[in-house]
Ligand binder design. Structure first.
Ligand code: AP5
Ligand code: MG
Length: 191
């Protein structure tokens, strides 16, 4: 099953992807995690991305596509994947479609996790004190939300027009949200 998780920063994409990974035995591919690993490792990609991430801006499409193509080529994506944090704009959505069309394995489900801005601020303010992710600084969170509204929100319509979009209420307990997602995906989780 090929799943794209959409939602604002802090909406719970990473949290829900980790639960889905266990439930469906599919790899969880987060472009944010791939980028943070590249930054920690000091690779050329990481050096190019670091300042942009710390400002809450998107990294260039060609860089992210290269990282993603490499990850999607791994053998563990044979039965599908859970994509978290990609696509972030319409050009990325189109590039993913082209890449997957070449393999005859299109995206099947796009799930938009809906939360309020207030919930996002509360969650990320809390995480800033516990995990110290450098882009959870309040000014950077504000910028990430602006970038989301301007560039990523239109991706929801892109998948809606393809009849692949389902909206998930992302408020409440993590386990309840997971059950909503499983219900939305329905049957057919086998490879
Ligand atoms: P990325 O790492 O993708 O971050 P993000 O989407 O901005 O936001 P988060 O990862 O913080 O949120 P999330 O939705 O995963 O929520 P989470 O589960 O963590 O991107 C980071 C940066 O990398 C970007 O700004 C950009 O620079 C770059 N980048 C990444 N992908 C890119 C791309 N494709 N193109 C260009 N640039 C790209 O939850 C948040 C917090 O809330 C956690 O502490 C969690 O424990 C808590 N929580 C979760 N669910 C609940 C709940 N139900 N109740 C209470 N707390 C909850
Ligand atoms: Mg995340």
């Amino acid at each position: 099953m090929r799943i794209v998780l959409l939602g604002a920063p802090g909406s719970g994409k990473g949290t829900q992807a980790a639960l889905l990974r266990r439930a469906l035995s599919l790899p969880h591919i987060s472009t944010g995690v791939l980028l943070r690993e590249a930054v920690s490792a000091g690779t050329a990609h990481g050096r190019q991305a670091e300042a942009l991430m710390n400002r809450g801006e998107l990294v260039p499409d060609d860089l992210i596509l290269e990282l993603l193509a490499e990850r999607l080529a791994a053998a563990d994506t044979r039965c599908g994947f859970i994509l978290d944090g990609y696509p972030r704009n319409l050009a990325q959505a189109e590039a993913l479609d082209v890449m997957l069309a070449g393999r005859g394995t299109p995206v099947e489900h796009a799930l938009q996790i809906d939360v309020t801005d207030q919930q996002i601020i509360e969650r990320l303010t809390h995480r800033a004190t516990t995990e110290g992710r450098s882009d959870d600084d309040p000014d950077v969170v504000r910028k990430r939300l602006e970038v989301y509204a301007a560039q990523t929100a239109p991706v929801v319509d892109y998948y809606s027009h393809q009849h692949k979009l389902q909206r998930i209420d992302g408020s409440g307990e993590i386990g309840d949200i997971h059950r909503r997602i499983i219900a939305a995906l329905g049957a057919g989780t086998q490879c």
